[in-house]
Design a binder for this molecule. Structure first.
Ligand SMILES: CC(C)(COP(=O)(O)OP(=O)(O)OC[C@H]1O[C@@H](n2cnc3c(N)ncnc32)[C@H](O)[C@@H]1OP(=O)(O)O)[C@@H](O)C(=O)NCCC(=O)NCCS
Length: 138
């Protein structure tokens, strides 16, 4: 099983950008990987994790905690490494980091069309909550 550790900008950026482009594709400017990474590491919150096998980045997860809710973002596992428990381990790692900060509830958002990732989250204990998700681009 790969090792999960904090993201290191010196060694990991190129591979993470590559993985995200491969797994997510991108349509909106605020999700552009290099921008998202730069903004996340500027917060210096220690809540950005990568899974590493030898020197290869094979998974990521980002979390956030604002003192009220914890959030999960950007769970991604290399397509060649799926269905062997890595996605679940990444979520568990982020959950522990959030719990250690005092977080009591985690939320996440998925595109309504992303049924596979919804199935993944359901199988590790998450449920769909009847909420209206709202947003505004600044
Ligand atoms: C979702 C994802 C992270 C799962 O990673 P993974 O390493 O394959 O997941 P795991 O092996 O830990 O699977 C954990 C559980 O989820 C289930 N699961 C994983 N992928 C699934 C899928 N596509 N459909 C249904 N169930 C799935 C597994 O069967 C397993 O269930 P089990 O414990 O009952 O056997 C990976 O498929 C991925 O990167 N997908 C794209 C992510 C994405 O779109 N993110 C955007 C939202 S932030």
């Amino acid at each position: 099983m790969p090792t999960i550790r904090q993201y290191n900008d010196t060694t990991d950026r190129i591979q993470v950008v590559e993985l995200w482009k491969n797994v997510f594709g991108y349509e909106t400017a605020h999700n552009e990987p290099n921008l998202a990474i730069s903004k996340k590491i500027a917060t210096n919150d220690g809540l950005f994790f990568v899974a590493v096998e030898n020197t290869d980045i094979v998974g990521t997860i980002m979390a956030g905690y604002d003192g009220h809710r914890g959030w999960l973002y950007s769970v991604a596992v290399d397509p060649k490494k799926r269905l062997s428990g890595l996605g679940g381990s990444l979520v568990q790692h982020a959950e522990k980091a959030l719990a250690d900060l005092g977080c009591m509830k985690i939320n996440l958002q998925l595109l309504a069309t992303n049924e596979a990732t919804a199935a993944f989250y359901k199988s590790i204990g998450y449920s769909v909550e009847p909420r209206l998700s709202m947003g505004k681009v600044l």
